[in-house]
Design a protein around this ligand. Structure first.
Ligand SMILES: [Ca+2]
Ligand SMILES: [Ca+2]
Length: 250
């Protein structure tokens, strides 16, 4: 019996030891920045570089506001297949209005634009973004087929008036609505870029979301959270129970 308990406890410890691996945009060759193609002022035109924290992800349906965030993660250190429960973690720094649905796109592996530089990135040179039919600097956007839709996540709103959040509030995506593993596992060069677009924004829900970047003094950097499959954790637990039962019978 003592031996069985020991084995069971060892398995639990083993399971706990397989803790989450967190890769942020500050690690390795990671990067983060936001772009704009917006008519609010010349500060948000398509040629403006925004390598600042409080990355805007904003769209109000067309005609005045468009801002989107790009995140690059260096996953070259990962050798094991990434499990299906991979999540994106963000630090929310500003909210306005009600809940928002954010679309997440992945830049196709091997695209020349994977090497984008967050100190020079702007709408005009951002991989996957093209000049919309309406023209630039007017609050519209268009993307090409090098950005592949991966899924969505919901940003919780906090009411009508805008509110800064300090320190950044941790948000984790749901792997069922934003499955990342296939995209991450298809990577061949150790770099993956995710693009956040508030595609469903409307004029009445003014789409104001901001997220911490690697430049944020309070942390909350964008991160990939890679944790063991729930199934393998479950099997570990079941294995422990089986050993225990057998020993009890014997
Ligand atoms: Ca940055
Ligand atoms: Ca890649």
């Amino acid at each position: 019996m003592k031996k069985a308990v020991f084995v069971f406890m060892s398995l639990i410890v083993l399971g706990t030891a397989a803790q989450a691996l967190i890769i942020t945009t500050a690690d390795g060759n990671g990067a983060d920045a936001w772009i704009s193609n917006d008519g609010q002022s010349s500060s948000y035109w398509a040629d403006k570089v925004h390598n600042t924290t409080g990355m805007h992800v904003r769209y109000n349906g067309g005609g005045s506001r468009f801002r989107a965030a790009l995140l690059r993660f260096d996953i070259s250190s990962i050798v094991e297949p990434i499990a299906a429960n991979a999540q994106l973690q963000l630090g929310q720094t500003y909210t306005k209005g009600s809940d928002k649905v954010i679309d997440v796109y992945g830049l196709v592996d091997g695209h020349a634009g994977e090497a984008w530089d967050d100190t020079t990135l702007c709408y005009n040179n951002a991989p996957g973004f093209v000049t919309p039919d309406q023209g630039n600097n007017l609050g519209w956007y268009a993307i090409d087929s090098s950005l592949v839709w991966l899924g969505t996540f919901i940003i919780p709103g906090t009411g009508s008036s805008g509110a800064t959040i300090t320190p950044p509030k941790t948000l984790l995506t749901d792997p069922t609505s934003l499955p990342l593993a296939d995209f991450l596992n298809a990577d061949t060069n150790g770099l993956v870029t995710l693009v956040l677009i508030n595609a469903q924004g409307t004029t009445s829900n003014n789409s104001e979301n901001r997220f911490a970047s690697e430049e944020d003094a309070n942390g909350g950097f964008p991160a990939l959270v890679l944790v063991p499959e729930p199934m393998s954790m479950l099997l570990l637990g079941l294995g422990g129970l089986l050993i225990r039962r057998r020993t009890q019978r014997g």
